[in-house]
Write a protein that binds this ligand. Structure first.
Ligand code: GDD
Ligand code: MG
Length: 397
């Protein structure tokens, strides 16, 4: 594919945040010797480079009670070379939706000759493996993994580590367009291939996020993302003394990381996970506090933001859902030790204006899970390995 080169980069301590790079063409043809001038503003990422990256990447799909047809479309959009890992928190009681997801994935793997993993978030095997590995933070009082998208993502990252993958990417299960899913993963690969540091992250920005009422309107920004981006930028500006609008992907559900970076970040629960990833990077490597990890600080942390060609079409989940997401996301910024009074005030006023919080109410503090490196992976893998058959959707079945 052909994509804009990172032309503008802001530096914050040992973090390099690249401004948005647009996709120019989804397919840039065969590899050939390029005239030198092609490499200045635009980069051609060869198919082989993309495939090499995809081979080393696990794509995680968190799912909770989504339409099966959407899930089926999403898995069909994931490139063949990636390892698909599905962590489901779908209901099992009235109708066993998880069983339906398992069947769909197994059939897909059978006919496409793939291998994928699918586990239920509440599976006692997963809880036991986490317990053995000493990573008990994800567990509730009943020895099960807590509800929440982030909780599913963390469990899936441990599975990706177990499968010895180098990269992990996340794609939501409620996407209407399999072609968009394919483009996300290609952008993950393209961005990660441009990284000079082994500690890198790619966050997707959609060209459009259409709203459907009487006619389709190609809206660019979602309500939640616009506010979150503004508050994260205010957090950075207050520390550097220079106003910035560099962050345009504060809520990016579709994003990917090298596992080296994923292993050293603390994570917030539920839907606060994406803004917290950036906040964790700023706290750990922005240079305001001591560096969280010396090797990573030496290499630097690279953040890419890539704008896709496909519009993003997903399930609408209502105003209350968006309010909850905004409240928990902004909570990660508000409660960061980096947050100064000015940003606190912006956040509080935003929430007040939207009637999400009352004047004398306190903003809920996010629950933070420790970095993944705190697990004893050998012990986790021992329990998971013994039970592999119960969560493997194998090609041969
Ligand atoms: N495993 C698991 N466990 N998955 C969950 C859970 C859970 O408890 N809750 C939700 N999911 C799944 C959903 O089924 C969906 O596939 C994905 O997580 C995202 O959830 P949505 O409910 O569709 O969220 P959204 O569309 O409003 O917001 C998404 O986009 C935002 C902006 O990019 C999320 O990805 C947000 O995290 C993101 O900030
Ligand atoms: Mg969604």
């Amino acid at each position: 594919m052909r994509i804009e080169s990172p032309r503008y980069t802001e530096r914050f301590g040992s973090i390099r945040i690249n401004d948005v790079q647009k996709v120019l063409e989804l397919d840039s043809g065969r590899a050939k010797e390029l005239p030198l001038h092609e490499n200045i503003a635009v980069q051609k990422i060869e198919e082989d480079t993309i495939k090499d990256l995809e081979e080393q990447m696990a794509i995680v799909i968190p799912i909770k009670d989504e339409k099966l047809k959407l899930f089926e479309g999403v898995i069909s959009g994931i490139p063949h070379e990636c390892l698909t890992i599905v962590v489901s928190n779908s209901q099992r009681k009235r109708v066993d939706r998880f069983k339906m997801e398992q069947d769909t994935l197994s059939q897909f793997c059978h006919f496409t000759r793939r291998h994928a993993l699918i586990i239920h978030q509440k599976d006692p095997i997963l809880a036991q493996a986490l317990e053995e590995g000493g990573y008990t933070d994800l567990l509730d009082g009943e020895e099960r993994v807590r509800d929440g998208k982030a909780e599913g993502m963390i469990a899936a990252m441990f599975m990706a580590m177990m499968a010895k993958k180098k990269y992990v990417g996340f794609v939501d299960a409620d996407n209407y367009s399999p072609g968009a899913v394919l483009e996300y993963v290609r952008c993950f690969a393209a961005g990660l291939s441009m990284a000079k540091s082994p500690y890198a992250m790619v966050r997707i920005l959609w060209r459009y996020k259409p709203k459907i009422s009487e006619e389709v309107y190609f809206k660019k920004w979602g309500r939640v993302s616009e506010i979150t981006n503004g508050c994260i930028n205010s957090l950075i500006s207050s520390k550097t003394g220079f106003e910035t609008d560099i962050i345009k992907t504060g809520n990016a559900g579709e994003h990917a990381m090298s596992l080296k970076l994923a292993e050293i970040l603390p994570y917030a629960s539920g839907y606060a996970v994406e803004p917290q990833e950036l906040v964790s990077i700023f706290e750990g490597f922005g240079g305001v506090f001591p560096m969280a990890q010396q090797t990573a600080a030496r290499h630097g942390i690279e953040v890419f933001q890539i704008e896709t060609r496909n519009p993003h079409l997903h399930e609408e989940k209502g105003a209350q859902h968006l309010d909850d997401m905004l409240l928990s996301g902004l909570g990660t910024i508000y409660h960061s030790p980096l947050c100064e009074e000015e940003t606190e005030q912006i956040i509080f006023n935003e929430l007040l204006q939207r009637d999400i919080i009352k004047p004398n109410e306190a903003l809920p503090k996010p629950h933070l899970s420790p970095p993944l490196k705190n697990i004893n992976l050998t012990k986790f893998a021992k329990v998971m390995g013994k039970n592999m058959e119960s969560y493997s959707a194998l090609e041969g079945k």
